[in-house]
Design a protein around this ligand. Structure first.
Ligand code: PLP
Length: 399
């Protein structure tokens, strides 16, 4: 497999690469990205088949390994992130589980921030120990705890910043330094920030993982995921794992994400501006106990989040006065904003993490994250900001 992009010398700014990056045109010269909906490839001769399979001749052999449409998405994302290379998987978890499991063996150590997407916590907290992998969770904002956990050798470190669902911030540079001293690679789940607002590679991260299901598709249609990083690591560890375990993305889904990327910057910019306005608009409401938004000074991790991000992002966490009953009444009183655990959609969505996305955690684990029944997570979309503000105020008044 050869990479056709050289991210060390990007041709254009990310905004332009979102639209043109990675395009490989067929002999027909189509304007839009071609959809190669094929599982296999044919060869001119038996000799060519042998040369392709052995890797002596570059080219596609089977879409579990690589596909031209999926390759265009990989090259485009590598250019936008400024990474050497990218691999696409069928979902965010297909990508993240492959990035995490592929380099590990029994006896290795993995250290992770405790505030993680639920399935990431399951992989580290439940799956890895079954294979004799030693794991440790650390409070993401506690640098002393990181230093202690990483005073012993480790293989991988995983953080998410801002993290689901409380939008906690992790100091990526500080954790990267500690991880590298411990011999570990730092993996950053950058879903909430998107590549438009945060570039973890600039802060020393080694691997970036995404659910492309979220802002990259951005219109709630398909699942996909991405792994970005250095070619030598990905070729040695991730490629054999992806090829032989098979979480390959559908070329159709990759094509949908390619088209979604064309508007990623516009959508993230617009949704972030609306989210910043809405966070301020609900902060003073009498039914609101606390608002957490990275761009607001009252967020406990405001300083580190805004050092790493160029905008506040599209998500808001809201603590309502009361508990589950009040949170449910608020959600049920929303008209325009739909109740959904998805995020990063052009439609604004709201959920109650303690009873949905984070219901599998123990009470102690939720308490350690500061997540109680009063919290609601809002994913802000592309509707008119005034309409959204009225919907939020009506629902708050209805509590
Ligand atoms: C959604 C999400 C994932 C998982 O992605 P899927 O595409 O649903 O598999 C991982 N991390 C974060 C932060 C997410 O929001």
């Amino acid at each position: 497999m050869t990479d056709s992009v050289d991210p060390a010398t990007p041709r254009y700014s990310p905004q332009t690469e979102l639209i043109h990056g990675g395009i490989e045109r067929s002999q027909h010269g189509e304007t839009a990205e071609a959809l190669y909906l094929t599982s296999g490839y044919v060869y001119d001769s038996a000799e060519q088949a042998a040369a392709r399979m052995s890797g002596d001749e570059p080219g596609f052999v089977y879409s579990r390994y690589a596909n031209p449409t999926v390759r265009m998405l990989e090259d485009r994302l590598a250019l936008i992130e400024g990474a050497e290379t990218c691999r696409i998987a069928a979902s965010g978890m297909g990508a993240i589980s492959s990035a995490l499991m592929s380099p590990l063996q029994t006896g290795d150590r993995v250290v992770a921030a405790s505030a993680l997407f639920g399935s990431c916590r399951w992989i580290i907290g439940t799956l890895m120990p079954r294979f004799g992998i030693e794991i440790e969770f650390v409070q993401g904002d506690d640098l002393e705890a990181w230093a202690k956990a990483l005073s012993r050798p480790a293989k991988l470190v995983l953080v998410e910043s801002p993290a689901n669902p409380m939008l906690d911030g992790v100091d990526i540079s500080a954790v990267a330094e500690l991880a590298h001293k411990a011999g570990a690679k730092l993996v950053v789940d950058n879903v909430f920030a998107t590549p438009m607002l945060q570039k973890p590679l600039e802060f020393g991260a080694d691997l970036i993982v995404y659910s492309a299901t979220k802002h990259m598709d951005g219109q709630g249609r398909v699942l996909a995921g991405a792994i970005l990083g250095k070619s030598d690591w990905i070729e040695e560890h991730v490629d054999p794992y992806l090829r032989h375990t098979g979480p390959a993305a559908s070329p159709f889904n990759a094509w949908v994400v390619l088209k979604g990327l064309e508007t990623l910057n516009l959508r993230v910019e617009r949704a972030s501006a609306t989210a910043a306005r809405l966070a301020d608009a609900v902060a003073g409401h009498e039914k609101v106990r606390a608002v957490r938004y990275p761009g607001r000074k009252d967020h406990p991790h405001h300083e580190v989040l805004m050092r790493q991000m160029t905008g506040g992002g599209t998500l808001i966490a809201l603590s309502l006065k009361g508990a589950r009953a009040e949170a449910f009444r608020f959600l049920n009183a929303l008209n325009l904003i739909h109740i959904s655990n998805n995020l990063g959609d052009s439609k604004s969505l709201a959920c109650h993490p303690a009873s949905t996305t984070h219901r599998a955690l123990s009470d102690e684990e939720r308490a350690a994250m500061g997540l109680d029944d009063s919290w609601v997570r809002l994913s802000i979309g592309l509707e008119d900001a005034g309409d959204l503000e009225r919907d939020l105020h009506n629902a708050l008044d209805a509590i």
